[in-house]
Design a protein around this ligand. Structure first.
Ligand code: V07
Length: 258
């Protein structure tokens, strides 16, 4: 028995990533994890690289994070890839970022399919370049029957605009008699949001030391646990996701006690 325990430890007698994953899988994991992937520009600046190098490195981290989330049994992973405010950035940076979905999918779509991951997107599609949207819609279509992790990209997404648009839809349905004033409760209103297919996030992660929501899922995050880290998104590793989930599980245990 002791021998068996020993082989799980590495030479420093510290626990390995594998140990940590197995520990975390023993307790309930958050169903829906949302991440604000911040700090890509800062990561590049620290290395005297162009900002786009940070975005490119950040894309690789998306792949690793997705695979681990899938293995842990997380049901939905929502990643804030591009906000409605991000159009204010220099054109060359936007052009580069808008090629990332294609590059990501050219490289990783087969792996996503193999791992039963379903790709989704929420956000305002009209303003996206056609080449970007085509690549994403192809991936959504090719993975639509997959039953594993839902990988939901928030792209050209903004929460206040989403809420205003939901209100407008409610008004239209009110005018046409589909909905009555007394029917409008939180659950009904949620069904008008872009996230109508998903449960609310249980855990929000934001990297890079900023402690704010930046117009991300304002309605949906009302009851979520928040986990902020100074780690820049391109430096975010498996152990950081595991730390965030471990912290979530500890909080759940404290509140579940009574
Ligand atoms: C983007 C890399 C991650 C850090 C944050 C900003 C830059 C992956 C995607 C993506 C999107 C849709 C899809 C497949 C992949 C992506 C944008 C930016 C706009 F179906 N990374 N990544 N999209 N960054």
């Amino acid at each position: 028995m002791l021998n068996k325990i020993k082989i799980w430890k590495n030479q420093n007698n510290s626990s390995t990533l594998r140990d940590k994953i197995e520990e975390i899988k023993k307790l309930p994991v958050p169903e829906h994890v949302a991440i604000i992937m911040d700090g890509n520009g800062r990561w590049a600046k620290k290395r005297a690289l162009p900002r786009v190098a940070g975005h490119h490195e950040g894309m690789k981290v998306v792949r690793k994070t997705t695979m681990l989330a899938n293995e842990l049994g997380i049901k939905t992973l929502t990643l804030y890839a591009f906000s409605t405010e991000n159009w204010k950035r220099p054109k060359n940076e936007i052009d580069f970022i808008m090629k990332l979905p294609e590059e990501f999918l050219d490289t990783f779509l087969p792996e996503l399919v193999e791992n039963n991951v379903q790709v989704k997107m929420m956000g305002y599609k009209d303003q996206l370049p056609v080449h970007t949207l085509n690549a994403i819609e192809k991936a959504i279509n090719e993975t639509k029957d997959n039953t594993g992790l839902v990988l939901n990209f928030a792209l050209n997404y903004g929460s206040r605009a989403e809420i205003i648009d939901a209100v407008k839809e409610v008004l239209i349905d009110y005018k046409s008699g589909i909905i009555d004033e007394k029917d409008l409760d939180e659950e009904t209103f949620s069904s008008y949001l872009m996230t109508s297919d998903f449960s609310d996030p249980d855990l929000l992660i934001r990297t890079s030391g900023e402690i704010r929501l930046s117009n991300f899922m304002l309605w949906q995050l009302a009851y979520s646990e928040f986990w902020f880290t100074d780690v820049l998104w391109p430096d975010f590793r498996e152990e950081h996701l595991l730390d965030a989930i471990e912290s979530f599980q500890k909080r759940q245990r404290r509140f579940g006690g009574i």
